[in-house]
Design a protein around this ligand. Structure first.
Ligand code: ZN
Ligand code: MN
Length: 487
């Protein structure tokens, strides 16, 4: 077997639905799951003689994302027609952007294992409109639903800078986090708000020579899992194909492949069309857009701290682990709620634990966000403080958190009401300790012997005291009394 080494090369094309109120070039409301063809008008139905009008909000949302992706924003951008002849595209062309996209030359930082990041280049991001949907029935006919036709669509094209399926997934997840932070898309994969098309090939080194395999583009992936799995599948398929045919990028065609979810394989769809097939030409019905410095400054004012920057800052500023920082920054409002609680005096790690271990769990059970639980950031901060001071145990804090959600009462009041305040009164606890020591002569003897057995016996006695106080003793105080009594 010859020496064979290979490198995976992946670039991504991503389409993101922008969550404007109305469509890209008409006044129809955006919709999901409405009755078919109930959100349409002559413009998005492509009737003759109608005139499209640009949705300003969609353009501003697109520019926000482009800015977050560190792109250069064009001062002058225009619209082009991209010709297709598909049943779900009644105009027979899509309004898109060809040679003068609204932005280009940016980059995105993606998080990798262990708090590292990698920079992936962005070639361009432009705005276009989505097509409708073909609905295939069980019977031998298909129908067309044009509710989706004309939905504002941001297309982002990355450089082929990703070198593994997990990096591809990390980019997709990071982009979802960004568009959600910016509030420009719900990024709901199940509703098709984000669709991914990886371009994959390999650089194979064999006996000192380098070979590139033909590029395969996998169309229309709408889950992170399918995206990751399809890249993994393509890597193996291209290795096999190279071993069998020796085809390279020079001798083989670029192909378009589809992902079959049930079988977890990609299948050949067609040889790739080249750009001229689309017969791009400037859209005569829309005026080009001039972006003034003032307008761009106003749009820039709507940006927020990016999630990856927050994540890194949480590690350096609050000394959280990269994992915790990732969980807290997965969603913007959770991150902001955390920061408000810390600003109110909560110890960061304690607030983080309460939020990630209890808050997110309750929120998930209720199918809402942490900030929809009706708890004030100040109250969470208070809860963290009474745990920190030893007034309540961390397990009691879970019950108090739940009761806060149920009743809306403050943590100190609930601690009293639920009888969860730890007994730290040394006098009272000393009496209980004495009882326990009197009842457990063997354990007392073991403690005094020292060594491994001693530690175990000490733990046993502590447990007995905790049981007698029904878990309400402050274990730290009990342990101190035990040490004192046992010498
Ligand atoms: Zn319409
Ligand atoms: Mn596109």
């Amino acid at each position: 077997m010859a020496e064979l080494d290979y490198k995976v090369v992946v670039g991504l094309e991503i389409h993101v639905h922008l969550c404007t109120k109305t469509k890209m070039f008409c006044g129809c409301a955006l919709s999901f799951g409405e009755e078919a063809n109930s959100r349409v008008c002559p413009v998005c139905l492509g009737m003759p003689g109608v005139l499209p009008v640009m949705n300003k909000q969609a353009l501003e949302y697109a520019i926000m994302v482009a800015m977050a992706l560190n792109c250069e924003i064009a001062e002058f951008t225009k619209w082009d027609r991209k010709s297709y002849y598909y049943p779900d595209l009644p105009k027979n062309y899509q309004i898109s952007q060809y040679d003068l996209p609204l932005s280009a030359n940016g980059f995105i930082e993606i998080p990798l294992e262990g708090g590292k990041t990698k920079r992936i280049g962005i070639i361009r991001a432009h705005l276009e409109e989505d097509a409708g949907k073909n609905v295939h029935s069980e019977a031998n006919f298909s129908q067309v639903d044009l509710n989706r036709a004309g939905t504002p669509l941001l297309e982002i094209v990355t450089c082929p800078d990703m070198n593994s399926a997990s990096e591809v997934r990390a980019l997709a997840v990071e982009l979802q986090r960004i568009v959600r932070y910016l509030g420009v898309s719900e990024g709901d994969m199940q509703k098709g708000h984000m669709r991914f098309e990886p371009n994959i090939n390999l650089i194979i080194t064999k006996n000192g020579a380098e070979y590139k395999t033909p590029i395969a583009e996998v169309k229309n992936l709408n889950s992170f899992r399918a995206l990751e799995r399809s890249v993994e599948y393509e890597v193996q398929r291209q290795l096999d194909e190279f071993a069998e045919t020796g085809k390279t990028i020079e001798t083989g065609n670029k192909t378009t492949r589809g992902w079959v979810d049930e079988r977890e394989v990609t299948v050949l769809q067609r040889k790739k069309e080249e750009a001229p097939d689309y017969r791009y030409f400037p859209e005569p019905d829309l005026v080009p857009v001039k972006l003034t410095k003032e307008w761009l400054a106003e749009i820039r004012g709507h940006l927020c701290e990016l999630p990856i920057n927050k994540q890194i800052r949480y590690v350096t500023e609050y000394k959280l682990s990269d994992y915790d920082a990732g969980v807290l920054t997965a969603e913007r409002f959770t991150a902001e709620f955390f920061e408000q609680s810390v600003a109110a005096g909560g110890e960061p790690k304690r607030v983080c634990n309460l939020l990630t271990q209890t808050g997110l769990k309750i929120a998930k059970e209720r199918g809402c966000g942490v900030c929809d639980l009706g708890i004030k950031a100040e109250s969470l901060s208070e809860l963290s403080k009474i745990v920190e001071s030893g007034t309540v145990s961390s397990s009691a804090a879970v019950s108090i958190f739940e009761a806060m959600v149920e009743t809306g009462k403050e943590p100190d009041i609930l601690a009293e009401e639920l009888n969860l305040i730890q007994k730290s009164d040394a006098g009272e606890l000393e009496l209980i300790v004495e009882h326990v020591l009197a009842d457990n002569a063997k354990a007392v003897k073991d403690v005094k012997i020292g060594g491994k057995k001693s530690k175990k016996a000490h733990g046993f006695l502590l447990g007995q005291v905790m049981q007698k106080t029904r878990g309400q003793a402050n274990p730290k105080v009990v342990s101190e009394i035990l040490d004192k009594k046992l010498g």
